[in-house]
Unconditional design. Structure first.
Length: 201
């Protein structure tokens, strides 16, 4: 098991912190992970986020601004720009030549298997996960993300994380732990069958 996980992680594209994924940029995929003070794109669509597992799909041309509540926004409309806002949480972009998606995944969403819900949603649209590119943007580092036992318990109680949690968790002082949200996201995508060569972090 450890060898297969390690082999998977070695195939994932791990990047230095930056606002674009070079191979996406080189292919003309317009995207960005922007910092504090950056405005949402003109005519951009976004959500009222609240650490949920709710996915909203934009289907109406001409939509702009806040289009609902949730933590993932998807569209097949090529004219629309979508965005999510994150601070410590994990921003995830999904690209398919017919479809795009932006996801805000914090520890609560991850603990409620938001990644699994996203993958089900993509499949429900008739798309293959193997045909999608996944961009995992900058989030809080494991060194800075100290959590208590209640957060660890939220993951330990779920079978889907039991074998992978050790790859994303390190012991802190006392009852404190350090959690790597980006690694946990990648490992969950692995369980869903996403090719490691289709993930950039």
């Amino acid at each position: 098991m450890a060898e297969s996980i390690l082999g998977y992680l070695k195939q994932v594209e791990w990047l230095e912190a930056r606002n674009q994924i070079p191979r996406w940029h080189d292919r003309g995929i317009r995207h960005g992970f922007e910092g504090i003070g950056h405005e949402l794109p003109p005519f951009g669509l976004h959500l009222k986020q609240f650490h949920s597992t709710i996915i909203q799909e934009v289907t109406e041309p001409g939509s702009e601004g806040i289009v609902g509540q949730g933590d993932a926004l998807a569209t097949f409309l090529p004219t629309h720009r979508i965005a999510v806002k994150t601070a410590d949480c994990v921003p995830i972009l999904v690209f398919h030549h017919e479809f795009v998606m932006a996801i805000h995944a914090g520890w609560r969403g991850l603990a409620h298997d938001f990644i699994g819900e996203v993958c089900k949603f993509v499949a429900s649209k008739g798309l293959e996960l193997k045909d999608c590119e996944w961009g995992v943007g900058p989030s809080i580092s494991s060194d800075s993300f100290e959590v208590g036992p209640e957060v660890v318990d939220a993951f330990v109680t779920l079978d889907i994380f039991r074998d992978d949690l050790g790859w994303a968790l390190t012991k802190g002082v006392g009852d404190r732990w350090h959690l790597d949200l980006a690694a946990l996201t990648v490992l969950r995508l692995r369980r869903q069958g996403v090719f490691p060569t289709h993930i950039s972090v």
